[in-house]
Design a binder for this molecule. Structure first.
Ligand SMILES: [Fe+2]
Ligand SMILES: [Fe+2]
Length: 270
């Protein structure tokens, strides 16, 4: 396989985005552990340091970096992503077996962060092997992945806001329903493939998803600003509010990239 500039650009882009995300997951998991879970807290701290170092290293590389060096870096990051994935699954097991009574990480949140680690790992494999999915498959698979992520975020926000914030909780619930519906639509399109993979259907699919993701992104931005200004009651860490906002931005960026590849047309500004 010939390693190109596009390989370096895409590798650095994925690693810069997702290593920060993995670093923050380590912090969120740590905050949800109990004081006596010192071993788990230590492990979370170690992952924080590992992904922080990866993040710093990714910013020291440039587009001129030798693609072979980047390829080796991708492998190193792959190993770290696999380890944090295993850690998250271990924590999920402990919670589901009721071995951490009183801890504050929702099982769905731990599962969710492990799915993101797995996604990151798969992206690195795709980059290093050069085996990219055909566009129509990538469009459906990425949307199935991210719509579920967005539906989960709406549920987390709804459950971490103070119950007395009735209006915001209601809005979060409504987003959760919208995204569950969009996810089912995506799964339907998935089971109807390859016949469902026509340009008009995929184009409409992207358009519909974009509209809802933009409105969820705006809701997250508002929530983030209100939390930062201490204007609403919640147990949401300000960094978690920003984290889910950035993930929505990432999904929009991916939708627009697909749209350009599908139609070759310019997409409207957000
Ligand atoms: Fe995340
Ligand atoms: Fe997420």
């Amino acid at each position: 396989m010939r390693l190109t500039d596009a390989f370096v650009t895409r590798s650095l882009d994925e690693i810069r985005f997702w290593s920060r995300i993995m670093k923050e997951h380590s912090l969120f998991l740590k905050l949800g552990f109990r004081c006596e879970d010192t071993q788990l807290i230590n492990e979370a701290n170690q992952f924080y340091a590992v992904f922080e170092a990866i993040e710093v290293k990714s910013h020291s590389f440039t587009l001129e970096t030798d693609p072979q060096v980047v390829k080796a870096f991708n492998e190193e990051v792959y190993t770290a992503a696999s380890h944090i994935w295993a850690f998250k699954r271990k924590v999920l097991g402990l919670i589901l077996q009721c071995k951490m009574p009183g801890a504050n990480n929702f099982p769905l949140l731990v599962d969710h962060t492990s799915r993101e680690a797995n996604y990151f790992r798969n992206r690195l494999v795709e980059l290093n092997t050069g085996r990219l999915e055909p566009l129509p498959d990538a469009i459906i698979d990425e949307n199935v992945f991210f719509l579920r992520i967005m539906a989960d975020h709406a549920k987390f926000i709804g459950h971490l806001l103070d119950p007395s914030e009735r209006q915001l909780v209601e809005q979060a619930r409504s987003f959760s329903n919208d995204f569950d519906t969009l996810l089912f639509q995506a799964v339907d399109l998935e089971s109807m493939r390859p016949q469902s993979q026509t340009i008009p259907l995929l184009d409409q699919f992207l358009d519909e998803n974009r509209v809802s993701v933009k409105s969820l992104r705006d809701f997250k931005k508002t929530a983030r600003d209100l939390i930062e200004a201490c204007r609403i009651k919640s147990i949401i860490h300000p960094l978690l509010a920003d984290h889910v906002f950035r993930e929505a931005e990432r999904f929009l960026f991916i939708i627009d990239m697909f749209e350009r590849s599908l139609t070759g047309a310019k997409v409207p500004q957000q």
